[in-house]
Design a protein around this ligand. Structure first.
Ligand SMILES: [Zn+2]
Ligand SMILES: [Zn+2]
Length: 224
């Protein structure tokens, strides 16, 4: 295995001709192997395969009856091609739509391209904010659901160092529903609280000084 990245592999494949299904003569579709299969070594050893998604393809049409007779369950096979070697093989599928979510087409490539640009822009903005010791920009990016997860993670990381008391309020009121982001946020909140000697008032949840004897928001003694 060379040190080619997944992106290199994709570019190489996109620059080579699209294979034709030997069973039906239709051009095959580029298909991304589900990441869990690929990284666990459960898959086909290549991140991308070409697959015939023609529902009229003869082995796919006859496969249903074959599987029913021989294995007693509902499945068929689709022809696929290894981009690296050009070899054709079959893969079981369990419905007509099985695997179609991983088809890579123009629309999907366009989306990936936009995501790449958004990541780049996000990182540039964060680098500038870091140089300016500005914690507003990382906070904005962290809380922006439209910014790419990688940018948001980096923003959370940066807030550990740049965040202050004013950053805490919007962070405390937020839940992302993404475990990695939520953990990064909790870590950032902790770091900011430690650095600014603040905590949440146990009564009103406002940010107060660790040493405050009376909460300036609700008037209660936070140490009681
Ligand atoms: Zn075919
Ligand atoms: Zn309070």
């Amino acid at each position: 295995m060379s040190l080619e990245t997944k992106e290199d592999v994709l570019n190489r494949i996109l620059n080579a001709p699209v294979p034709i299904c030997p069973h039906c003569g239709e051009p095959m579709k580029l298909w991304e192997e589900p990441p869990v299969n690929f990284s666990d070594g459960l898959g086909w050893g290549e991140p991308y395969l070409y697959m015939c998604f023609n529902n009229q393809c003869p082995p796919f049409v006859s496969g249903w009856a074959h599987f029913e007779e021989n294995h007693g369950h509902c499945a068929s096979t689709r022809c696929f091609c290894y981009p690296s070697s050009g070899k054709f093989e079959f893969m079981p599928v369990f419905s007509k739509d099985g695997g179609t979510g991983q088809i890579i087409d123009e629309e999907m490539l366009e989306k990936q391209e936009q995501e790449k640009i958004a990541i780049k822009e996000g990182f540039v903005a964060l680098a500038q904010a870091y140089a300016d010791r500005d914690n507003k920009k990382p906070l904005e990016l962290l809380l922006d659901a439209a910014s790419p997860p990688r940018v948001r993670l980096k923003a959370a990381d940066m807030l550990e160092e740049l965040g202050d008391e004013t950053s805490l309020e919007p962070m405390l009121n937020k839940k992302f529903g993404n475990r990695i982001l939520d953990e990064a946020m909790v870590k950032a909140i902790k770091a900011i609280q430690e650095r600014t000697f603040t905590r949440e008032c146990p009564y009103c949840a406002e940010i107060i000084k660790v040493r405050a004897k009376v909460c300036k928001h609700c008037g209660k003694n936070p140490h009681e």
